[in-house]
Design a protein. Structure first.
Ligand SMILES: [Zn+2]
Length: 157
């Protein structure tokens, strides 16, 4: 079973074999004729995730510092709830999949898996520290992306 996000509808030229789900939030984002045709042609089921799973995703996204839209949260929650594979080319979503142990599949073969390297940062002082609180002002430290790594690594013959 697969959950499709908006990037999957945009980048997939055709659907492979399987059962497909998406969320009402994603359907709202589909504006181009190709995406709409894909939605209708393959009988993609439109399902809203349960609130408890949405809450899990929102909490995790807050911790990792990933900025997610309502549609992003909805597909992650649905994939988690249905134990489905998420089809997406969105790096933030792939990153959350890694964090949550949700299997994912890229829609576009050109996609390269990225790993987001984060460090804890004070939102007031803008400096990086270890631990939970800023030793200078006492504010709660928040994760900040400092580097993006290509997980594919150098090509080997
Ligand atoms: Zn501070």
């Amino acid at each position: 079973m697969y959950v499709l996000d908006a990037s999957a509808f945009i980048n997939l030229s055709e659907l492979f074999e399987g059962e497909f789900l998406t969320t009402p939030e994603v359907v709202k984002e589909l504006k181009d004729p190709k995406s709409k045709a894909l939605l209708e042609a393959k009988d993609v089921k439109v399902v809203g995730p349960k609130k408890e799973f949405i809450d899990v995703i929102k909490e995790k996204a807050g911790k990792t510092g990933d900025i997610l839209s309502e549609a992003d949260v909805s597909v992650l929650a649905l994939a988690l709830e249905k134990r489905a594979t998420l089809v997406t080319d969105d790096y933030s979503i792939q990153n959350l999949c890694d964090e949550l142990g949700i299997p994912f599949k890229r829609a576009s073969e050109r996609g390269i898996k990225k790993k987001f390297i984060r460090r804890k940062c004070c939102p007031n002082c803008g400096k990086f520290f270890e631990g939970e609180k800023c030793p200078l002002c006492g504010a709660k430290l928040v994760p900040k992306v400092v580097r993006v790594e290509d997980l594919r690594g150098p090509d080997r013959a």
